[in-house]
Design a protein around this ligand. Structure first.
Ligand code: ZN
Ligand code: ZN
Length: 934
């Protein structure tokens, strides 16, 4: 079988189904949108769930995708197996084709067969199919699917097998859409069976050994479950298929482990280059390599989807897998942070199909290294403490063992939690260490302890339920307030006209639970009845600031604001002074200079968006943006790099718009109306029925466009009629007038992804600082050039000319000096078969000098003479005309001594292979002449 790369396999899958009328749909994020019951996307099904439930519609009826999945928490948790074997992963890809009320069993089976056997060339005799036969006898046997299988060309009719509910019936949940499924298994041959030594092992499909691999599961959704024993047929039937990508790659590349496919080659190569181990040494103890390669891949994909290391929920998982990978690194002797190096390999392997990896390269590498450094600071103390506890258990073991107390082998879960809370040693790592010593950690106890501290989520029953983050917890707090008649409509949010807001501190939350008071240095969340702090959205970052007691007795620095659940806004920060207490009257104050910088950047973003449309065309729509205090970043669709002229024009148009002192007007409108009027809405953004619009208008243009009397009679209508410079749907905070932007400078323009460009720019204070810094550098350059600032370009150009002249002069002097010593060397000729031969190395010369010397040689020896002259690797050879007539060529001498080159018959130029062995090479000249004269 010819080796096909993983990337090619993924692409052939997608191409095959696109050819059969499917729409290629991108993978959805690892963080499931709008599904609080799920921590991570764990199958291809997740993004289409609502389509099957009938609550969502798509513009296509057939889809194909490769979905990013994580199984590292909750019901589907493969973490414990990762590293120990060759098939488990925390992150993996699922290939799938989908029919939403379109084709059904016949096509799904025929296409699966065609792709596997014709496109990928798998041996037809090794493929098996399973179909559903109810072990409870309530649901009809899927003879339909069995029949289609037996009809496939070359399919062995006896290779259809029947299995019951556990293997071949699929249900989305206890109630709802469900149906039989049909799995395709591949027989890798008896040598792959890893259970041959088990006497009760039946080596067959679903026999649970490594010989028979389930490649593909075709799910046929045809029923709706109404109760435990009541099914009704669905009006429309669907197909949902899933193929484990890593597994099919291992089969098509014919390797015994997913980790031996080319999906992991680059990561493992980087790791081996760091450990210095050979491939054989690596395979002898493959576990740490597998863990690191798997976990780094997961962490890279998580961070690219916005999940960074942290203490709760998904963020905890991200932290845990990074730390676990780092610990396995120490087993390989890797002490310094190294995961970023491995992540580079992951990005290089996957970046072309998953552009978010390339886009987040910086964030991925930074987060990995930062987390490794953080972990390294505490891990030693943490593991030492753990070791003490484990030693204690072991010394107790003898005595307690007599009484048969099994618990003695197990570390108390609460103690394990203390290790996490104090030293950042995640449970999973504590368990790894304990198990390496034949002991274990009480997981239920750990989870209970975590729940008590409310680090866990959603009222936190178990870590597996952390999917809702702390949404349920905060929703519960709100409910309690509402019972007391407070916050009837939730926390009031109005970020647009900030004032100092006063009110009572309603709740103080620390480590995920409500506390009465806190002290200096504590990280806390504060809830007050009303806030004007902006909450990050639409690319604009959150406000920061302070919440202080009205009497000045305490102060909390707020560095983030978030909305953990509907109606609740939490101000997150650190106590700087005193002891904040619930019910204290307090005042919230935004960092206004920072807010003002953000407003400048946001209004400038809108101006630039409009300018890009003017310069590049209407296709240059926003594809992403960041509005921060120090800069703005704007991604937009455009197929090629902008020219320097285009960049200059955009910058000029924006600065003209700033100087025009236009008005920035915000208005609430019905979404339909705003869009009908041409307001720019962002693709993929969800808008409510009422939207906020930002209009930037030019009062000068307005004067011409609108009659004066209209302006007086209907001031609002008049504004509506003005030609709008920019009109967007936007919830951000903006300036009142464009002139407040001050100045706008584009710092960089580059590629963000295929077909997407990225501009970074600064405004206001940031622009001033940039200009000041550059002006200072220019002044320093002027001083170094001993010129005025205005003269710098001319002076620099003059200097370049001067340098060129000097180089030329130097070359002339070199020739002269070489010529004067050449007279001496001219005597060192040898005579071979009547020919005068000279071979000389000339130090510090160039090709021109060599040519001048060659002429001099021919002057002195006008007949029957040949010379080879070299400097560094440059070589020139000359021969006299009479030798040319005898059939000799100058170029033959260069090739004769092992060089390369050519030219005219009497003079040739070329290069020698090794500049350190010039004299050895030249020594071969005599022999070369002798051979060519034969
Ligand atoms: Zn077997
Ligand atoms: Zn905006």
């Amino acid at each position: 079988m010819k080796t096909i790369t993983g990337t090619q396999i993924r692409q052939t899958f997608i191409d095959f189904f696109v050819e059969h009328g499917h729409t290629a749909v991108p993978s959805s994020s690892l963080v499931p949108g709008g599904d609080a019951t799920l921590l991570f996307t764990n199958s291809g099904m997740v993004q289409f769930k609502d389509v099957f439930l009938g609550t969502d519609k798509r513009p296509y009826k057939r889809a194909v995708d490769s979905q990013k999945c994580m199984r590292v928490a909750g019901k589907h948790n493969d973490l414990e197996d990762v590293g120990r074997d060759d098939t488990h992963h925390t992150f993996f890809e699922m290939l799938g084709n989908w029919s939403f009320g379109d084709y059904y069993k016949k096509e799904a089976i025929a296409w699966a067969w065609q792709l596997l056997t014709e496109v990928w060339g798998l041996d037809k005799n090794r493929l098996w199919a399973t179909v559903f036969k109810d072990d409870k006898g309530n649901v009809p046997t899927d003879e339909e699917a069995a029949g289609f299988w037996r009809n496939q060309p070359g399919f062995l009719k006896e290779n259809v097998l029947y299995f019951g509910r556990k293997d071949n019936f699929w249900e989305m949940a206890e109630l709802g859409p469900c149906g039989p499924c049909s799995e395709i298994h591949y027989d890798r041959g008896i040598k792959y069976c890893d259970k041959q030594d088990q006497p009760d092992h039946v080596c067959h499909v679903n026999g649970d050994c490594a010989r028979f691999l389930e490649l593909w599961n075709l799910v046929f959704i045809q029923y709706n479950r109404l109760s435990a024993d009541k099914l009704e047929p669905l009006p429309a039937t669907h197909v949902d298929t899933g193929m484990g990508f890593e597994r099919i790659v291992s089969v098509l590349q014919d390797v015994s482990s997913n980790y031996k496919t080319d999906l992991f080659t680059k990561s493992l190569d980087v790791l081996r280059s760091l450990t210095g181990q050979s491939e054989k040494e690596m395979l002898a103890d493959f576990t740490p390599y597998r863990v690191i390669a798997d976990h780094t891949r997961s962490a890279a994909f998580l961070i690219a989807d916005g999940v960074v290391p942290g203490n709760v929920g998904r963020n905890y998982i991200c932290r845990m897998i990074i730390r676990r990978a780092a610990r396995f690194g120490t087993k390989l002797g890797l002490e310094e942070p190294f995961l970023a190096r491995v992540a580079e390999a992951v990005i290089s392997t996957y970046g072309s199909f998953y552009p978010e990896l390339e886009k987040s390269r910086g964030a991925i590498l930074d987060n990995l290294t930062r987390e490794e450094v953080r972990f390294a600071r505490t891990v030693e103390t943490g593991t030492a403490q753990l070791q003490n506890l484990l030693d204690g258990i072991r010394s107790d073991k003898g005595s307690k063992n007599k009484s048969g107390n099994q618990a003695a082998y197990i570390l108390d879960g609460r103690r394990a939690f203390d290790l996490y809370a104090t030293y950042g040693l995640p449970f999973e790592i504590a368990r790894d260490i304990a198990r390496e010593q034949g002991l274990d950690v009480d997981e239920a106890g750990f989870r209970a302890a975590m729940d008590d501290h409310r680090l866990a989520s959603g009222g936190g029953k178990a870590m597996g339920k952390m999917g809702g983050e702390d949404a349920e917890y905060f929703a519960g707090i709100l409910k309690d307030f509402q019972k007391k008649g407070e916050l009837p409509n939730g926390v009031e949010y109005d970020p647009y006209l900030p004032t100092q807001i006063t009110g009572n501190l309603l709740a103080l939350i620390m480590d995920g639970r409500m506390v009465d008071t806190a002290s200096v240095g504590d990280q806390v969340s504060l809830i007050i009845p009303k806030t004007d702090f902006y909450i990050e959205s639409g690319g604009q970052v959150s406000d920061t600031g302070y919440i202080r007691a009205v009497d000045g007795s305490w102060e909390v620095e707020i560095n983030n604001v978030r909305r953990p659940s509907a109606g609740v806004i939490a101000h997150v920060g650190e106590v700087l002074l005193g002891h904040p207490k619930a019910a204290d009257p307090c005042v919230a104050e935004i960092d206004m200079p920072r807010r003002h910088d953000i407003r400048r950047n946001h209004t400038a973003t809108h101006l630039m968006h409009a300018a890009l449309h003017q310069v590049l065309g209407p296709h240059a729509v926003q594809a992403g943006s960041l509005v921060a205090p120090d800069r703005l970043r704007f991604d937009f669709n455009h197929p090629e790099a902008m020219t320097p002229e285009q960049i200059e024009r955009v910058e000029k148009i924006v600065n003209d718009a700033i100087a025009a002192d236009m008005e920035v007007i915000s208005k609430l409108k019905a979404r339909e109306d705003a869009i009908a009027e041409g307001a720019m809405a962002l693709f993929g953004e969800k808008y409510g029925e009422t939207v906020r619009t930002i209009t930037i208008t030019d009062p000068l243009r307005a004067k011409d466009a609108v009659k004066q009397e209209d302006l007086i009679a209907f001031p609002t209508a008049a504004v509506e009629q003005q030609e709008k410079y920019s009109y967007e749907l936007c919830g951000g905070t903006h300036l009142d007038r464009t002139s407040d932007v001050g100045m706008f400078i584009i710092v960089s323009e580059g590629s963000a992804a295929t077909g997407v460009r990225r501009i970074e720019a600064v405004t206001g204070r940031g622009a001033y600082e940039l200009v000041a810094r550059r002006f200072k550098a220019l002044k320093q350059t002027a001083a170094a050039l001993k010129s005025s600032v205005e003269e710098v370009p001319q002076k620099a150009e003059n200097m370049q000319d001067e340098v060129a002249d000097l180089k030329k002069e130097l070359s002339g002097l070199r020739t002269q000096s070489a010529l004067s010593t050449f007279d001496l060397q001219l005597a060192n000729v040898q005579t071979i078969k009547g020919v005068t031969v000279l071979a000389v190395e000339v130090p510090n010369a160039d090709a021109d000098t060599l040519r001048a010397l060659a002429d001099k040689f021919r002057e002195k020896y006008p007949s029957k003479a040949a010379a080879v002259l070299a400097t560094g690797t440059i070589v020139i050879s000359v021969i006299t005309e009479d030798l040319v007539k005898e059939g000799l060529k100058a170029g033959d001498l260069i090739t004769g001594i092992g060089g390369r080159g050519g030219g005219r018959p009497n003079m040739a130029q070329g290069s020698l292979p090794d500049s350190t062995k010039v004299s050895e090479t030249l020594a071969k000249t005599g022999k070369a002449v002798e051979e060519k004269l034969k």
